[in-house]
Design a protein around this ligand. Structure first.
Ligand code: ADP
Ligand code: MG
Length: 326
């Protein structure tokens, strides 16, 4: 089973940022309002994610780190309409198979916290511990037992950059959650939660830089069972912003060619002074109409009705941007 987990890890866990993604998504699925991420050495030495979510019952702890033990789908049917971010039950066992892993958790009803460690892929018995309600996962020495992978980790700055970028994209989609990010004990980001619509703009500014919202148009349109909302960069914004393109589908960051094409086409209709428009967009649709199960790392999606989605995106953005035409 260790080999199986390590192979699964090869698919899901490419680098420290992949670990952070899985852990933070678990925190969000657990209803966390506050997520703290501590990194050492770009994640090569330590990745620690602490949340104030619902926690894990002591009896479920060994299960959580066992292959394909997800609490999020009960049947194959559920796969069709996953509302949560995780659903494969692969992340924790995969991560634990390629690191020195520890998890501590306490539920609101529980009178103690429990800690479980995984040593070279073997789970040790849970022990009582001290911890407030919520969960903390510690991942040390990522890939220490897979030298070929460890060798491919990039410089600390680069790996930390990926982590920071990931936290930003999640923080955009989950404005109601507080995020903290530190590297080597130095706090580098504190993203306060948004309270209400007006405050969401403040939060987006905190994540992307103060003038993002001023340089953008607000979009919010629903129809045909789809809703697109967010901000698109004004065509007159002179700077190219390839690094400020965020598209979320049902709360999940996505890189999708169909989406990119629809956006490009909408901008092609207006006089746009850059090459890469900035945007933060959220598409919401019935989860049954989108397949998020295309790739384990979950960056890709497949729309059941891709033509409909493409045209909806194009028309909505074209309409918004046409107001800016001279
Ligand atoms: P998945 O998220 O696909 O279900 P994971 O391997 O990421 O699988 O997690 C396994 C299980 O462990 C989850 O289904 C959940 O029940 C539990 N779990 C993991 N992280 C947390 C957390 N931070 N808070 C509460 N429960 C968690
Ligand atoms: Mg998960």
């Amino acid at each position: 089973p260790e080999l199986v987990n390590q192979i699964a890890a090869g698919e899901v866990i490419e680098r420290p940022a992949s670990v952070v993604k899985e852990l933070v998504e678990n925190s969000i699925d657990a209803g966390a309002r506050r997520v703290e991420v501590d990194i050492e050495d770009g994640g090569a030495r330590l990745i620690r994610v602490r949340d104030d979510g619902g926690g894990i019952e002591p009896d479920d702890l060994p299960l959580a780190i066992t292959s394909h033990a997800t609490s999020k789908i009960a049947s194959f049917d559920d796969l069709e309409r996953v509302g949560t971010l995780g659903f494969r039950g692969e992340a924790l066992p995969s991560i634990a198979s390629v690191s020195r892993f520890a998890l501590m958790s306490r539920t609101a009803g529980g009178d103690a916290a429990w800690r479980i460690e995984v040593d070279g892929g073997r789970p040790l018995l849970p022990k009582p511990a001290q911890h407030p309600v919520g969960t903390v996962v510690e991942v040390r020495d990522l890939f220490y037992n897979v030298p070929a992978r460890r060798k491919f980790l990039r410089a600390e700055r680069t790996e930390f950059g990926y982590i920071d970028e990931l936290i930003k994209s999640i923080a955009l989609a989950r404005a109601e959650v507080e995020f903290r990010l530190a590297n080597n004990g130095k706090p580098l980001r504190l993203l306060r939660p948004a309270h209400g619509e007006a405050d969401i703009q403040r939060r987006i500014g905190d994540v992307l830089g103060g003038d993002f919202v001023e340089r953008s148009l607000r979009v919010d349109h629903a129809g045909a069972g789809l809703r697109l909302h967010g901000w698109v960069g004004l065509p007159t914004a002179s700077r190219s912003q390839a690094d400020q393109q965020y598209f979320h589908v049902n709360g999940r960051l996505v890189r999708d060619r169909l989406v990119a094409h629809a956006v490009r086409q909408a901008y092609a209709d207006v006089l746009f002074h850059g090459r890469h428009p900035a945007f933060v967009l959220f598409l919401e649709l019935d989860p049954a109409l989108v397949d998020v199960n295309v790739h384990p790392a979950k960056h890709e999606v497949r729309f059941r009705e891709s033509r409909l989605v493409h045209d909806f995106l194009y028309r909505t953005l074209d309409e918004a941007l046409s107001g800016t035409r001279a």
